[in-house]
Design a protein around this ligand. Structure first.
Ligand code: ADP
Length: 243
């Protein structure tokens, strides 16, 4: 986990040089894979994720089929080589199963599932390098991959994290996009997914404690960051379809 730093923020500047409102440098490539119906590669700082989408396609096992709508199934996983130190045990653990479930719900909110009854939309999220905020980075990529697959959506889903950092002068500060030291040592962190055109959150998960006013300011900052991410998602799709 590394040494606990003396502070995570000093005079408004974080350990990696960012301000409280800044997300890490982001790179988004739509249509990264050839074999999937839709795909995306994303980097958010040192966090790197690949997403492949298949569908709408026949549902197996059949009993999962829904006569009214498509079912959305996310599978989140972290590669053994994605983390520091000892390798992560291969395969999905309880955390990955939980992230898969909440991601399916966060994305289903944006997909026009009623247009494709009795089908499945499968979304595979592979974290190849983890430096915190992997679930939100994966969600941002997944919605680009869904658009790349041509699946009709009401909106893109843009996602980011925010958290509470301790400062050099004893202050507690809310900031967006937690990196690994901030996630490890910060007082709290929260993952949100957001549909910018509906001003609607489709995921909110918190670890730690925040006051109501800290939560409010965190959500406001996350909303702003998601709108910036949304512009980067659109630009990635534009580059893809101009090719
Ligand atoms: P998120 O990645 O969405 O922030 P968590 O808060 O659960 O989700 O995890 C924070 C970070 O902890 C991950 O991004 C990753 O860097 C690290 N991590 C999570 N699970 C493992 C694991 N099994 N082994 C090593 N590091 C892990």
């Amino acid at each position: 986990m590394g040494e606990k730093p003396e502070y995570l923020i000093k005079k408004g500047i974080r350990l990696d040089g960012r301000t409280i409102e800044q997300v890490r440098p982001m790179k988004i490539v739509a249509g990264f894979l050839e074999k999937a119906d839709g795909s995306c590669y994303i980097e958010c700082g040192k966090t790197k994720v690949v997403v492949g989408v298949h569908g709408p396609r026949e549902v197996h096992p059949k009993h999962q089929e829904n006569a009214e709508k498509a079912i959305v199934r996310c599978t989140y996983d972290m590669a053994s080589f994605s983390v520091d130190g000892e390798r992560k045990r291969p395969g999905q653990d309880r955390r990955a199963i939980e992230i898969s479930k909440v991601s399916s719900d966060a994305l289903e909110a944006a997909i026009m599932v009623e247009r494709f009854p009795k089908t499945a939309i499968d979304i595979f999220m592979e974290v190849i390098q983890a430096d915190a905020s992997t679930r939100v980075t994966a969600l941002t990529a997944a919605s680009v991959a869904l658009a790349d697959a041509g699946i009709p959506m009401k909106d893109l889903v843009s996602a980011c994290s925010f958290g509470k950092l301790y400062g050099a002068d004893g202050e507690e500060v809310i900031a967006v996009d937690m990196d690994k030291p901030e996630d490890n040592f910060g007082w709290a962190d929260c993952a949100v997914a957001y549909m910018p055109n509906f001003d609607k959150f489709t995921l909110m998960q918190m670890d730690g404690n925040l006051t109501v006013s800290e939560m409010r300011s965190g959500l406001e900052m996350a909303r702003k960051a998601c709108k910036e991410i949304y512009e980067m998602q659109k630009a990635a799709l534009k580059r893809r379809f101009e090719q």
